[in-house]
Design a protein around this ligand. Structure first.
Ligand code: SF4
Length: 453
């Protein structure tokens, strides 16, 4: 049994909050350390997760089949209509294409797909190999767009050229080309776009319902249950409301600069942040006090239903400890508050794409002794989970085996999940899932590992 050590070169991305000890800023926004087996996805995957929920577009991965397989049906993002997004198309580049170039293959694939599926637009993702062989995907997209009359948008997301965040930006670039091309007639002055909400298990519908009850028009949701025509008229909204800030702040800033639409950051996880999201939007329209009144009404009705059941979970979970490792740091803030509301503390908090401001806020929010990590790996996560004796890990599909191997509970809070965790009803689902996993009798058959390996 020995202590797990930290890889040389990783120390600056790990921080433990200690009283009275002067502590440097956490290093972040940097490429993953070679050989560290980062939990973070590549640039291509970053762009794929952002654009995936646009359900009436063709998503064609220009690259070897592995890239498409890796991101096939990557989110639990549901659609109220077409489901083209759930098909993963690939040009399946082979050795001969690498030698002679894949442009012809891309062109023919696009023509065939557009003819067969009649999409509203097509997104073409560049992968590592395409970056290496230098295919001119812009030229092919332009040619196909001219011939077919639909937008054909290149997404420059070669996997190796940065971090997952660069993929978010590549996706936003593609969206920016669509925004501003539709009519804004008949859009209300009291309108918003919901940015960074991906309709996992129908979450965008839950959030939309709250705003609509307040009398707010939702012009477009980017990209949950997304439609090309809605994206095209998004520049007609009065306010951008950004949830997943890591993926969509860049787009919000661009829209502010180009169309003068201001943006606010919100979170739909937990009672506190969900309520604040409604109030913050209502505050933006001070000439309509009825919007604020309606927001208060929504919050009071929802909390009245939710509160008693949360008390039941709190009774069982008080004193239990959680580790959080998710994509964006903004979600971590809400999770800390949500866990506290059901009696749990957080001993490890980390993200794949947090920036300096996010980590500064995280340091402020966390309790003494909490470990904060940027762009972590399975060995580090295991080490801190063991040392801090966490009872639960909150993460995504790649973190699930870590929790189960260590004999602790797990809650999937990533984009693959099939249960809505946003909104007030999402808070109930979250508390239920945490309770069921932490208190499960299965742990007597797979006992928790000790403080060392
Ligand atoms: S783009 Fe590159 S890093 Fe990403 S899945 Fe494809 S080969 Fe792997």
């Amino acid at each position: 049994m020995e202590q797990i050590s930290i890889l040389e070169g990783r120390q600056k991305q790990i921080f433990e909050k200690k009283k009275g000890v002067p502590q440097a800023d956490i290093a972040c926004d940097t490429s993953s350390l070679s050989g560290s087996v980062s939990q973070r996805a590549c640039v291509f995957c970053g762009s794929r997760v952002v654009l995936y929920p646009v359900a009436d577009a063709i998503h064609l991965v220009h690259g070897p089949i592995g890239c498409a397989a890796y991101t096939w049906d990557i989110r639990g993002a549901v659609s109220s209509g077409p489901e083209l997004h759930r098909l993963s198309f690939s040009t399946d580049l082979q050795e001969m294409d690498v030698i002679y170039g894949g442009e012809k293959k891309l062109y023919h694939s696009l023509i065939e797909l557009i003819e067969q599926y009649k999409p509203k637009a097509a997104f073409i993702y560049s992968t590592c190999i395409v970056g290496l062989i230098g295919d001119d995907i812009d030229a092919v997209c332009k040619k196909v767009a001219k011939e077919t009359g639909i937008p054909v948008l290149p997404v420059h997301s070669e996997g190796f050229k940065g971090t997952k965040k660069d993929g978010y930006k590549a996706a936003c670039h593609a969206l920016m080309k669509l925004i501003g091309t539709g009519s804004t007639e008949e859009i209300s002055k009291y309108s918003i776009n919901i940015l960074g909400e991906f309709n996992l298990a129908g979450e965008a519908w839950i959030i939309r319902k709250y705003y609509e009850k307040m009398g707010i028009e939702v012009v477009a949701t980017l990209t949950g249950d997304g439609r090309i025509d809605a994206v095209r008229r998004a520049h007609g909204a009065t306010l951008n409301v950004v949830q997943c800030s890591g993926s969509m702040t860049w787009l919000a800033k661009e829209m502010e600069e180009k169309y003068g639409i201001p943006y606010i950051r919100v979170s739909y996880f937990g009672i506190e942040d969900m309520s604040k999201s409604l109030y913050d939007v209502a505050k933006y329209f001070p000439d309509r006090p009825d919007i604020m009144e309606a927001a208060k009404q929504v919050v009071s009705e929802e909390v009245k239903t939710l509160y008693p059941s949360l008390q039941k979970f709190k009774k069982a979970l008080t004193g239990k400890k959680a580790a959080i490792y998710v994509g964006g740091a903004f979600k971590t803030f809400s999770l800390i508050k949500a866990l506290r509301s059901i009696g749990m503390s957080v001993v490890l908090a980390g993200s794949q794409t947090g920036d300096k401001n996010d980590y500064a806020r995280l340091k402020e929010m966390c309790d003494e002794g909490t470990v904060i990590v940027d762009d972590s790996n399975p060995v580090e996560l295991s080490k801190f989970i063991l040392e801090k004796e966490a009872d639960l890990l909150i993460g995504g599909v790649k973190e699930r085996p870590i929790a189960f191997k260590l004999g602790i509970g797990f809650c999937d809070h990533n984009h693959e999940r099939k249960i809505p965790l946003a909104g007030f009803e999402g808070m109930y689902n979250f508390a239920l899932e945490v309770y069921q996993s932490v208190m499960s009798p299965v742990w007597q058959f797979a006992p928790r590992k000790g403080g060392t390996l």
